[in-house]
Design a protein around this ligand. Structure first.
Ligand SMILES: *Cc1c(COP(=O)(O)O)cnc(C)c1O
Length: 358
Protein backbone atom coordinates (compact mmCIF):
# COMPACT_ATOMS: atom_id res chain seq x y z
CA UNK A 1 0.00 0.00 0.00
CA UNK A 2 1.54 3.26 -1.14
CA UNK A 3 0.72 6.48 -2.95
CA UNK A 4 -0.68 6.78 -6.46
CA UNK A 5 -0.10 9.75 -8.77
CA UNK A 6 -3.20 10.34 -10.86
CA UNK A 7 -2.33 12.17 -14.08
CA UNK A 8 -5.28 14.05 -15.56
CA UNK A 9 -4.62 14.24 -19.30
CA UNK A 10 -7.70 16.41 -19.96
CA UNK A 11 -6.38 18.96 -17.47
CA UNK A 12 -3.02 18.86 -19.27
CA UNK A 13 -4.69 19.59 -22.61
CA UNK A 14 -6.84 22.27 -21.02
CA UNK A 15 -3.74 24.03 -19.64
CA UNK A 16 -2.09 23.98 -23.08
CA UNK A 17 -5.22 25.66 -24.46
CA UNK A 18 -4.98 28.22 -21.69
CA UNK A 19 -1.37 29.00 -22.67
CA UNK A 20 -2.44 29.34 -26.31
CA UNK A 21 -5.23 31.71 -25.25
CA UNK A 22 -2.86 33.91 -23.23
CA UNK A 23 -0.28 34.05 -26.04
CA UNK A 24 -2.52 33.93 -29.14
CA UNK A 25 0.18 35.16 -31.51
CA UNK A 26 2.87 32.77 -30.35
CA UNK A 27 3.52 29.21 -31.35
CA UNK A 28 4.25 26.94 -28.40
CA UNK A 29 7.02 24.61 -27.38
CA UNK A 30 5.51 22.43 -24.67
CA UNK A 31 8.41 22.03 -22.23
CA UNK A 32 8.62 18.38 -21.17
CA UNK A 33 12.16 18.18 -19.78
CA UNK A 34 12.89 16.14 -16.64
CA UNK A 35 10.35 13.43 -17.48
CA UNK A 36 7.74 16.13 -18.16
CA UNK A 37 8.26 17.66 -14.71
CA UNK A 38 7.77 14.19 -13.23
CA UNK A 39 4.53 13.49 -15.12
CA UNK A 40 6.00 11.03 -17.68
CA UNK A 41 7.83 12.12 -20.85
CA UNK A 42 6.08 9.97 -23.44
CA UNK A 43 2.68 10.12 -21.76
CA UNK A 44 2.75 13.93 -21.88
CA UNK A 45 4.25 14.14 -25.39
CA UNK A 46 1.45 11.91 -26.68
CA UNK A 47 -1.30 13.77 -24.81
CA UNK A 48 -0.14 17.16 -26.08
CA UNK A 49 -0.56 16.54 -29.80
CA UNK A 50 -1.99 20.05 -30.01
CA UNK A 51 1.38 21.60 -29.13
CA UNK A 52 3.22 22.98 -32.18
CA UNK A 53 6.50 21.62 -30.84
CA UNK A 54 8.22 20.14 -27.79
CA UNK A 55 11.24 21.23 -25.75
CA UNK A 56 13.59 19.20 -23.56
CA UNK A 57 16.79 20.04 -21.71
CA UNK A 58 19.13 17.37 -23.06
CA UNK A 59 19.88 15.59 -26.31
CA UNK A 60 19.15 12.17 -24.79
CA UNK A 61 15.63 13.30 -23.91
CA UNK A 62 15.09 14.35 -27.53
CA UNK A 63 16.46 11.05 -28.82
CA UNK A 64 14.10 9.16 -26.51
CA UNK A 65 11.14 11.04 -28.00
CA UNK A 66 12.26 10.38 -31.60
CA UNK A 67 12.83 6.68 -30.88
CA UNK A 68 9.28 6.53 -29.52
CA UNK A 69 8.04 7.87 -32.85
CA UNK A 70 7.49 11.54 -32.05
CA UNK A 71 7.88 13.52 -35.29
CA UNK A 72 7.13 17.08 -34.20
CA UNK A 73 9.91 19.68 -33.86
CA UNK A 74 11.91 19.13 -30.66
CA UNK A 75 14.14 21.85 -29.23
CA UNK A 76 17.04 20.89 -26.95
CA UNK A 77 17.29 23.85 -24.57
CA UNK A 78 20.90 23.25 -23.51
CA UNK A 79 22.13 22.11 -26.91
CA UNK A 80 24.87 19.51 -27.51
CA UNK A 81 28.16 19.07 -25.61
CA UNK A 82 30.00 16.25 -27.40
CA UNK A 83 30.52 15.05 -30.96
CA UNK A 84 28.13 12.17 -30.27
CA UNK A 85 25.44 14.56 -29.12
CA UNK A 86 25.98 16.80 -32.15
CA UNK A 87 25.66 13.80 -34.46
CA UNK A 88 22.55 12.60 -32.64
CA UNK A 89 20.99 16.06 -32.96
CA UNK A 90 21.68 15.99 -36.69
CA UNK A 91 20.58 12.40 -37.26
CA UNK A 92 17.37 12.75 -35.21
CA UNK A 93 16.72 16.29 -36.45
CA UNK A 94 16.63 17.94 -33.06
CA UNK A 95 16.69 21.74 -32.89
CA UNK A 96 19.44 23.01 -30.61
CA UNK A 97 20.17 26.07 -28.53
CA UNK A 98 23.66 27.39 -29.24
CA UNK A 99 24.81 29.07 -26.07
CA UNK A 100 28.61 28.94 -25.85
CA UNK A 101 31.80 29.03 -27.98
CA UNK A 102 32.53 25.33 -27.36
CA UNK A 103 29.43 24.44 -29.35
CA UNK A 104 30.53 26.66 -32.22
CA UNK A 105 33.93 24.91 -32.22
CA UNK A 106 32.23 21.51 -32.39
CA UNK A 107 30.10 22.67 -35.32
CA UNK A 108 33.18 24.08 -37.10
CA UNK A 109 35.36 21.00 -36.58
CA UNK A 110 32.88 18.17 -37.15
CA UNK A 111 30.87 18.07 -40.36
CA UNK A 112 27.42 16.50 -39.92
CA UNK A 113 25.18 14.66 -42.34
CA UNK A 114 22.09 16.88 -42.13
CA UNK A 115 22.06 20.56 -41.17
CA UNK A 116 20.42 21.43 -37.84
CA UNK A 117 18.10 24.23 -36.79
CA UNK A 118 19.84 26.52 -34.33
CA UNK A 119 18.52 28.92 -31.72
CA UNK A 120 21.20 31.43 -30.72
CA UNK A 121 20.77 31.92 -27.00
CA UNK A 122 21.52 35.38 -25.65
CA UNK A 123 22.26 35.96 -21.97
CA UNK A 124 20.23 39.10 -21.26
CA UNK A 125 20.55 38.84 -17.47
CA UNK A 126 19.77 35.32 -16.28
CA UNK A 127 23.55 34.71 -16.23
CA UNK A 128 23.27 30.97 -16.70
CA UNK A 129 23.45 29.91 -20.36
CA UNK A 130 23.85 32.16 -23.37
CA UNK A 131 26.28 34.41 -25.21
CA UNK A 132 27.09 37.70 -23.50
CA UNK A 133 25.76 40.69 -25.48
CA UNK A 134 29.25 41.61 -26.76
CA UNK A 135 29.77 38.14 -28.23
CA UNK A 136 26.39 37.73 -29.92
CA UNK A 137 27.34 39.38 -33.22
CA UNK A 138 30.23 36.98 -33.91
CA UNK A 139 28.17 33.91 -33.02
CA UNK A 140 25.33 35.15 -35.25
CA UNK A 141 27.73 35.66 -38.18
CA UNK A 142 29.22 32.18 -37.75
CA UNK A 143 25.88 30.40 -37.57
CA UNK A 144 24.52 32.22 -40.62
CA UNK A 145 27.50 31.17 -42.73
CA UNK A 146 28.03 27.55 -41.80
CA UNK A 147 26.82 24.64 -43.89
CA UNK A 148 25.91 22.54 -40.80
CA UNK A 149 23.33 25.12 -39.78
CA UNK A 150 19.87 25.31 -41.37
CA UNK A 151 18.79 28.62 -42.82
CA UNK A 152 16.93 30.97 -40.55
CA UNK A 153 18.92 31.00 -37.37
CA UNK A 154 16.59 32.06 -34.55
CA UNK A 155 17.26 33.89 -31.30
CA UNK A 156 16.10 33.23 -27.77
CA UNK A 157 16.65 34.31 -24.18
CA UNK A 158 15.40 33.19 -20.77
CA UNK A 159 13.86 35.30 -17.99
CA UNK A 160 15.42 35.24 -14.54
CA UNK A 161 12.70 36.96 -12.52
CA UNK A 162 9.42 36.65 -14.38
CA UNK A 163 7.75 35.26 -11.25
CA UNK A 164 7.90 38.71 -9.61
CA UNK A 165 5.84 41.47 -11.25
CA UNK A 166 7.66 44.16 -9.28
CA UNK A 167 11.15 43.10 -10.34
CA UNK A 168 12.74 45.51 -12.88
CA UNK A 169 15.00 42.71 -14.22
CA UNK A 170 12.40 41.54 -16.77
CA UNK A 171 12.11 45.00 -18.36
CA UNK A 172 15.89 45.24 -18.57
CA UNK A 173 16.15 41.78 -20.15
CA UNK A 174 13.52 42.75 -22.73
CA UNK A 175 15.36 45.95 -23.59
CA UNK A 176 18.61 44.07 -24.10
CA UNK A 177 16.94 41.39 -26.25
CA UNK A 178 14.95 43.79 -28.44
CA UNK A 179 18.10 45.49 -29.68
CA UNK A 180 19.20 42.15 -31.16
CA UNK A 181 15.83 40.94 -32.42
CA UNK A 182 15.25 44.19 -34.32
CA UNK A 183 18.58 43.90 -36.08
CA UNK A 184 18.50 40.18 -36.86
CA UNK A 185 14.88 40.12 -38.09
CA UNK A 186 14.32 36.47 -37.34
CA UNK A 187 12.01 34.34 -35.21
CA UNK A 188 12.40 34.92 -31.47
CA UNK A 189 11.48 33.20 -28.21
CA UNK A 190 11.47 34.71 -24.71
CA UNK A 191 8.45 33.63 -22.67
CA UNK A 192 8.38 30.77 -20.18
CA UNK A 193 5.15 30.24 -18.19
CA UNK A 194 5.69 33.45 -16.21
CA UNK A 195 6.10 35.43 -19.44
CA UNK A 196 2.95 33.89 -20.91
CA UNK A 197 0.95 34.64 -17.75
CA UNK A 198 2.25 38.04 -16.74
CA UNK A 199 4.49 39.75 -19.32
CA UNK A 200 2.73 40.55 -22.63
CA UNK A 201 5.89 41.88 -24.31
CA UNK A 202 7.61 38.52 -23.92
CA UNK A 203 4.96 36.71 -26.03
CA UNK A 204 6.91 36.70 -29.29
CA UNK A 205 6.96 34.20 -32.19
CA UNK A 206 7.54 31.19 -29.96
CA UNK A 207 6.76 30.71 -26.26
CA UNK A 208 7.97 27.93 -23.98
CA UNK A 209 5.37 26.99 -21.35
CA UNK A 210 6.50 24.47 -18.75
CA UNK A 211 5.05 24.54 -15.24
CA UNK A 212 1.71 26.03 -16.30
CA UNK A 213 0.98 22.97 -18.45
CA UNK A 214 1.08 20.93 -15.26
CA UNK A 215 -1.40 23.30 -13.61
CA UNK A 216 0.84 25.22 -11.23
CA UNK A 217 1.60 28.93 -11.24
CA UNK A 218 5.17 30.19 -11.38
CA UNK A 219 4.05 33.56 -9.97
CA UNK A 220 4.93 34.44 -6.37
CA UNK A 221 2.10 33.86 -3.93
CA UNK A 222 -0.30 32.51 -6.56
CA UNK A 223 -1.64 29.08 -7.45
CA UNK A 224 -2.61 27.55 -10.77
CA UNK A 225 -6.27 28.12 -9.92
CA UNK A 226 -5.60 31.88 -9.82
CA UNK A 227 -4.33 31.63 -13.41
CA UNK A 228 -7.28 29.58 -14.64
CA UNK A 229 -5.26 26.35 -14.76
CA UNK A 230 -6.22 22.85 -13.62
CA UNK A 231 -3.98 20.56 -11.56
CA UNK A 232 -2.67 17.61 -13.58
CA UNK A 233 -1.00 15.46 -10.90
CA UNK A 234 -2.95 14.41 -7.81
CA UNK A 235 -0.87 12.45 -5.31
CA UNK A 236 -3.08 10.21 -3.18
CA UNK A 237 -2.62 7.59 -0.53
CA UNK A 238 -4.49 6.00 2.37
CA UNK A 239 -4.60 5.88 6.15
CA UNK A 240 -2.90 2.61 7.17
CA UNK A 241 -3.26 2.92 10.95
CA UNK A 242 -5.09 4.96 13.59
CA UNK A 243 -3.96 5.07 17.21
CA UNK A 244 -5.16 6.86 20.33
CA UNK A 245 -2.51 8.56 22.48
CA UNK A 246 -2.74 10.36 25.78
CA UNK A 247 -1.81 13.97 26.42
CA UNK A 248 1.99 14.43 26.43
CA UNK A 249 2.77 11.54 24.03
CA UNK A 250 5.52 12.34 21.53
CA UNK A 251 4.75 11.46 17.90
CA UNK A 252 7.34 10.04 15.51
CA UNK A 253 11.11 10.49 15.12
CA UNK A 254 12.70 12.65 17.82
CA UNK A 255 9.27 13.15 19.33
CA UNK A 256 9.22 16.57 17.70
CA UNK A 257 5.44 16.89 18.12
CA UNK A 258 3.73 16.21 21.44
CA UNK A 259 0.00 15.53 21.86
CA UNK A 260 -1.58 18.54 23.61
CA UNK A 261 -4.49 16.36 24.79
CA UNK A 262 -5.75 12.78 24.47
CA UNK A 263 -6.29 12.32 20.74
CA UNK A 264 -6.34 10.06 17.70
CA UNK A 265 -3.41 10.09 15.28
CA UNK A 266 -3.49 8.60 11.77
CA UNK A 267 -0.57 7.12 9.87
CA UNK A 268 -0.66 7.75 6.10
CA UNK A 269 1.35 5.62 3.65
CA UNK A 270 3.40 8.43 2.07
CA UNK A 271 6.84 9.73 2.94
CA UNK A 272 9.98 11.19 1.47
CA UNK A 273 10.73 7.83 -0.16
CA UNK A 274 7.78 8.65 -2.40
CA UNK A 275 8.78 12.26 -2.92
CA UNK A 276 6.69 13.88 -0.22
CA UNK A 277 8.98 16.60 1.16
CA UNK A 278 10.61 15.76 4.49
CA UNK A 279 10.81 19.48 5.23
CA UNK A 280 7.02 19.82 5.35
CA UNK A 281 6.51 20.99 8.95
CA UNK A 282 3.74 20.13 11.42
CA UNK A 283 0.64 21.96 10.26
CA UNK A 284 1.13 21.28 6.54
CA UNK A 285 -2.35 20.44 5.20
CA UNK A 286 -3.38 17.00 3.92
CA UNK A 287 -6.84 16.56 2.39
CA UNK A 288 -9.04 13.96 4.15
CA UNK A 289 -12.74 13.68 3.33
CA UNK A 290 -12.64 17.12 1.61
CA UNK A 291 -11.15 18.75 4.68
CA UNK A 292 -7.66 20.00 5.38
CA UNK A 293 -6.10 18.08 8.26
CA UNK A 294 -2.69 19.01 9.71
CA UNK A 295 0.33 16.79 9.33
CA UNK A 296 2.12 16.32 12.68
CA UNK A 297 5.66 15.29 13.57
CA UNK A 298 8.49 14.42 11.19
CA UNK A 299 7.74 13.03 7.76
CA UNK A 300 9.46 9.64 7.58
CA UNK A 301 10.54 7.62 4.54
CA UNK A 302 7.30 5.68 4.05
CA UNK A 303 4.80 7.35 6.34
CA UNK A 304 3.53 10.57 7.83
CA UNK A 305 1.13 11.33 10.71
CA UNK A 306 -2.11 13.30 10.82
CA UNK A 307 -3.87 15.02 13.71
CA UNK A 308 -7.36 13.47 13.69
CA UNK A 309 -8.93 15.73 16.34
CA UNK A 310 -11.20 17.34 13.72
CA UNK A 311 -11.98 13.96 12.09
CA UNK A 312 -13.89 11.69 14.48
CA UNK A 313 -15.22 9.64 11.55
CA UNK A 314 -11.85 8.89 9.96
CA UNK A 315 -11.05 5.19 9.54
CA UNK A 316 -8.19 2.99 8.44
CA UNK A 317 -8.36 2.73 4.65
CA UNK A 318 -9.62 6.30 4.09
CA UNK A 319 -8.10 8.02 1.09
CA UNK A 320 -6.08 11.23 1.47
CA UNK A 321 -4.78 13.74 -1.08
CA UNK A 322 -1.24 14.99 -0.52
CA UNK A 323 -1.46 17.54 -3.34
CA UNK A 324 -3.41 18.10 -6.55
CA UNK A 325 -7.17 18.29 -7.00
CA UNK A 326 -8.53 20.26 -4.02
CA UNK A 327 -5.09 20.98 -2.52
CA UNK A 328 -2.71 23.04 -4.69
CA UNK A 329 0.87 21.70 -4.79
CA UNK A 330 2.01 25.32 -4.41
CA UNK A 331 0.67 25.32 -0.81
CA UNK A 332 2.63 22.22 0.14
CA UNK A 333 5.73 23.54 -1.62
CA UNK A 334 5.56 26.82 0.26
CA UNK A 335 5.28 25.02 3.59
CA UNK A 336 8.29 22.89 2.72
CA UNK A 337 10.38 25.85 1.54
CA UNK A 338 10.40 24.81 -2.11
CA UNK A 339 8.41 25.19 -5.35
CA UNK A 340 5.83 22.98 -7.04
CA UNK A 341 8.39 22.24 -9.80
CA UNK A 342 10.56 20.37 -7.30
CA UNK A 343 7.66 18.44 -5.75
CA UNK A 344 6.55 17.21 -9.19
CA UNK A 345 10.06 16.24 -10.30
CA UNK A 346 10.72 14.51 -6.98
CA UNK A 347 7.96 11.89 -7.12
CA UNK A 348 9.87 8.62 -7.00
CA UNK A 349 9.88 5.42 -9.03
CA UNK A 350 7.89 3.37 -6.56
CA UNK A 351 4.82 5.62 -6.84
CA UNK A 352 2.23 4.08 -9.13
CA UNK A 353 1.12 6.36 -11.99
CA UNK A 354 -2.43 6.20 -13.31
CA UNK A 355 -3.78 8.20 -16.22
CA UNK A 356 -7.24 9.66 -15.93
CA UNK A 357 -9.28 11.89 -18.24
CA UNK A 358 -11.78 13.97 -16.30
C1 LIG B 1 12.47 25.01 -18.08
C2 LIG B 1 12.51 26.08 -19.09
C3 LIG B 1 11.34 26.68 -19.57
C4 LIG B 1 9.98 26.42 -18.95
O1 LIG B 1 9.90 27.18 -17.75
P1 LIG B 1 8.57 27.20 -16.85
O2 LIG B 1 8.91 28.17 -15.77
O3 LIG B 1 8.40 25.83 -16.33
O4 LIG B 1 7.48 27.63 -17.74
C5 LIG B 1 11.44 27.56 -20.64
N1 LIG B 1 12.65 27.86 -21.18
C6 LIG B 1 13.80 27.34 -20.72
C7 LIG B 1 15.09 27.72 -21.36
C8 LIG B 1 13.78 26.44 -19.66
O5 LIG B 1 14.93 25.94 -19.20
Amino acid sequence: MGPTALIDLSALRFNLQRAAQLAPNSRLYAVIKANAYGHGLLRVARALTAADALAVARVEEGVQLRQAGVTRPILVLEGFFTIDELEAASCYQLEVAIQQPEQIKLLRDHPISQPITCWLKIDTGMHRLGFQPDDVEAAWAFLNNHSSVSKEVRVMTHLSSGDDLSDPATGQQLGCFQAFSERFKTATSIANSAGIIAWPDTRTDWARPGIMLYGASPMLGRTGLDEGLKPVMTLKSRIIAINRFSKGSPIGYSGSWVCPEDMRVAVVAAGYGDGYPRHAPSGTPVLLNQQQVPLIGRVSMDMLNLDLRSQPEAQVGDEVTLWGEGLPAELIAEQAGTIAYELFCGVTQRVEFQEIAS
